[in-house]
Design a protein around this ligand. Structure first.
Ligand SMILES: [Zn+2]
Length: 300
């Protein structure tokens, strides 16, 4: 592609609920596209103010708990530098993950309680300003059922539909038509089984046994994601992990996520996976590039 100007650069927008989500879903793909000259913008819906501290070494520290919003902002800055992406905040407040039976109500004013049409306007404004060709977001279950992840899905769908409509949100900038919309497929049964088999074959203890067990027991009504697109990005796994580690309060460095050696991952499942849900360009499935069908259009 050579030197591309702002006008003809390919642009990818990844919409995420909290700081750290961008590093656990599609991060190696983003790092690869950045290295290939794609302009990548992460939009983070909330500040992650209600995230639990998951790193045992940092739990119970009052100085962290008292300043969690600032700390998560700094962690995000570090992660985005590692990935080489741009990043913007939508400015909503984390809903927290409600726990208990019955579930407690969501805290007043949080992202999960916003009316979708109102909250979508901020994302429409970002889309019209950045003019992405491709947008990634979560599926209708949010990847996992966190109210902010589900709301992230809802405003992404609404904004994708409205961004090119000049009658919608007239104060949010000039209309722009994004061409493709994908769901992140972080964990599929196939991927987990492949990694599990690879670990077992190497004589290593697989951290997935328990996860797969829980998975089959809690067999809920959720549909299996449909993988349409697998982006080869094994050479960027290390950067993905470094970005995830930058969210130091949110990850357990000894957790199951880091238990599988990168060599095993590269060998057993060298891609990150996505589900194409809307496309205004012609493409043939399965794909190995989020810009399949877009590159041709942008360069002509
Ligand atoms: Zn999240």
């Amino acid at each position: 592609m050579g030197g591309v100007s702002r006008e003809d650069a390919l642009r990818l927008m990844a919409v995420h609920a909290h700081p750290d989500d961008e590093s656990s879903k599609g991060a190696a793909t983003m790092a690869r596209y950045v290295d290939e000259g794609v302009d990548v913008l992460v939009v983070t819906c909330t500040g992650g103010e209600r995230g639990s501290i998951l790193n045992p070494a940092l739990q119970g520290r009052e100085d962290i708990e008292a300043n969690i919003a600032e700390i998560r902002e700094a962690e995000m800055r570090h992660a985005r530098e590692i990935l080489g992406v741009r990043q913007e905040w939508l400015g909503f407040v984390d809903s927290g993950l409600p726990e208990g039976d019955p579930l407690p109500p969501l805290p007043e004013g949080c992202f999960g309680l916003q009316p979708v049409e109102v909250a979508a306007e901020r994302l429409v404004a970002r889309i019209r300003a950045f003019r992405p060709h491709v947008i990634t977001t979560y599926d209708e279950n949010g990847g996992y059922p966190h109210p902010d992840h589900i709301m992230c899905h809802q405003i992404s769908m609404a904004a994708f539909a409205a961004a090119a409509d000049s009658d919608a949100y007239p104060d949010a900038g000039d209309p722009w038509q994004p061409l493709k919309l994908y769901y992140d497929v972080g964990w599929s049964r196939e991927r987990m089984m492949a990694l599990h088999a690879a670990m077992t074959k190497c004589g290593l203890e697989s951290p997935y046994e328990e996860v797969m067990q829980r998975w089959s027991e809690s067999e809920d009504k959720r549909r299996e994601p449909k993988i349409t697109t697998q982006v080869p990005c094994a050479d960027w796994f290390e950067r993905r992990d470094a970005a995830l580690m930058a969210h130091a309060t949110q990850v357990d460095p000894d957790g199951w996520f880091f238990k599988v050696p990168l060599a095993v991952q590269r060998d057993a499942w060298p891609t990150e996976d996505f589900e194409l849900v809307q496309s205004l360009v012609e493409t043939t499935l399965p794909e190995d590039d989020l810009f399949a069908g877009v590159r041709e259009k942008v360069s002509t």
